[in-house]
Design a protein around this ligand. Sequence first.
Ligand SMILES: N[C@@H](CCC(=O)N[C@@H](CS)C(=O)NCC(=O)O)C(=O)O
Length: 186
Amino acid sequence: MDIELLHFRFSPYNEKVRWALDLKRVPHLRRSLLPGPHFRTVRPLTGQSATPILRVEDRWIAGSSLILDILDARYPTPPLYPADPRLREEAIEVERVFDEELGPRVRRALLATLIEDAGYITRVFGGDKPAYIRLPYRLTFPFAKGLIARGNGITGRGKRRRRLGCRRDRALNRGRSLGQDRLSRG
Ligand SMILES: N[C@@H](CCC(=O)N[C@@H](CS)C(=O)NCC(=O)O)C(=O)O
């Protein structure tokens, strides 16, 4: 098959490319990868580790926007972007905001919670894998966890902030129940 997609089952960038392939009805192979060990497959093919990556004949392409451009050039119907230059610019800007600003933040927030539960993250990303792959992934996840946290800027500060926020809310509520409007040092 000419087209092959290596992807994570859950990821906005991967979903974008899956939508484009589906919309254009491009016959292709899909191979899902597990975050962490994916690195060993993706890096030798593209020199970087992010998914999705797409093989077009014998060339591997990384980066969802570049992949969309290449798919649009190779399979022009239906087009992914408006023909009108002004609308096209707007669509590209919307894509940029999602890719560069919203995407990483949403992913960081989700992963910060998911990586705390090896069983759950294994089911989320490895739900299509047989038990002989899922089990070692789950058992060795504590080793991949640090890599995933570092790669996504998860520092644990958010968790500490949330804990402090809860403590502050509880203190405020106690204050209110004693008839005070707000906390004060006096
Ligand atoms: N700019 C890239 C971002 C892709 C990206 O961040 N992919 C994440 C999944 S949401 C990934 O594979 N992370 C693992 C890694 O970078 O090693 C794109 O548009 O494809």
